[in-house]
Design a binder for this molecule. Sequence first.
Ligand code: SF4
Length: 447
Amino acid sequence: MIDYSVFNGKRAAYFTLGCKLNFAETSTLGETLMSYGVTKAKKGERADICIVNTCTVTAMADSKCRQAIHKIIKDHPGALVAVTGCYAQLQPQLISDIPGVNIVVGAQQRSDLIDQICYQLQGCPSSNSHQLPLTSIAREAALFFPSCSRGDRTRYFLKVQDGCNYFCTYCTIPMARGRSRNGSIASMVEQARQVVAQGGKEIVLTGVNIGDFGRTTKETFYDLIQALDTVEGIERYRISSIEPNLLTDEIIDFCSNSKRFMPHFHIPLQSGSDEVLRLMHRHYDTALFRHKVERIKQLMPNCFIGVDVMTGMRGETETYFEQAYEFIKSLDISQLHVFTYSERPGTKALEIPHVVSPQEKHIRTQRLLELSDQKTHDFYQHHIGQTARVLLEHTSRRTKPMNGFTENYIRVELPNQPELDNQIVEVKLEAFNQTQDALCAKLLSSY
Ligand code: SF4
């Protein structure tokens, strides 16, 4: 029997790198510790326990994780430092060799993290230490660690799925997070009800490959969204990144008729060249991708579509990049999330002979970022003069304007009115703000 009373009165600091999934998982770890009497260290306050949730999506992400760990050790002398997440899973020894790191646990053992911290605080000799990182082969990971981030944000991030079975040639995520798995629909509905009980209005469904939901419970993502749609009190759902081949016409049609699923999709394309998609071992071609975008726009003309693209993948010749650029330009989409390809140890892509130089990668990334700015600007411009419903987010600084998002994910700015925190209001969209990344709006009514 573990005695968690050692946690009572301790202060913890949390550091999360990477995706929304990591944020949701850190939030759940924080809630568990809070239930044992641990408070969150305020900014500038020295913590007794530091938890670092890492990411390994690129070489840059690895480097940022190492820098963050060094800074945390320096800023919180004497604290117990526990490192978890994808980078911890893939490079446990490297992290445990950093002086000052006490615990390293990988993806599968995340649920053991609290117990490991507890053992260390008790000074238990059998506890895990930095000489012995706790990781397992992620492909064997079978546990689903349920998570839902809450607290600081107006939006909640509900983890519905973890892991991936696709093994795209450039990606290490399946090695870090293991095979695709999920919680049950019943458990997701229950978590959505808890969000309502806490006053939450918007949930973003997150996962590594969320369209693959249901593999371990013999359910489907379509079943999941239908069930969540019935939860009274949730005003908005958004679906985070979903693979185009798993974004079925059935799902698109359902969202177009739902009052709760917002006209907003995020679809990874990665390359607009069929040859590069083949080298990446993606599960679709450009024709399928175009069909998805066109179907969405046909049913939801004002839908916001964000698209992930990668530049400088091995094998992306100049000709293939130009083809990709023209394809992306021709799509009726609202924003690009541009990633520069980074060589990852252990991936199949390293066998592809054609390598793109760093300078060329930079030029391609810049061109796509400019295209993205243009597309977002055009999308926003098209909405000026229209009315929209906006969910306003909490701002701690009352001197700053309030921000929120329309149903179709346009960022909106309003003069600060604290009583409108976490409220849905109707506004008229008027003009770009100074930095052009939001539309200024006039309040028409609140609900
Ligand atoms: S779908 Fe491909 S890119 Fe996405 S996590 Fe799986 S392997 Fe990685």
